[in-house]
Structures are given as C-alpha cells and as structure tokens.
Design a protein. Sequence first.
Length: 74
Amino acid sequence: MSNILFTVEEINLIAIYKADTLAATLALIADALPDMDADMRVIAEGAGRKLAALTGAEFSALSFAPAGEDENYV
C-alpha cells in the first residue's frame, strides 16, 4: 500500500467526486476544475496528483468519508 497522505480538504473533495473507479474519480475531478475557484483548484489538483499515484486496488481499499461523518452514525 502506498504511503500517500491526503489532507482533510482533499478527502472532502474526493468524497464529493468519488466514483466506482479511480479513473472515473479522476475524470470527474478534472471535469470540475474549470468551475472551481483558485483555492479549490489547488486542492483538487493536489488530490488528483495523489490519486494518480495510487493503483486501482489501493483506491478501492481507501475510504473517503467527509470529515465529521461517522460511517456508524444514523
């Protein structure tokens, strides 16, 4: 497993655009870049670079739950 660390901001962004596959997630983020402000674009580009360094299996093994959301919370 890769030792790539994502910031809270990157995790939140990935959670918004997460698709079933790594390639689809990267495509969704790339498609959204033109509509992002400069600060969000920096976060998205950083997240994209980190995601691109993962394998599909590594991506599938990671959970990208938005900060403050507990999977067990009802």
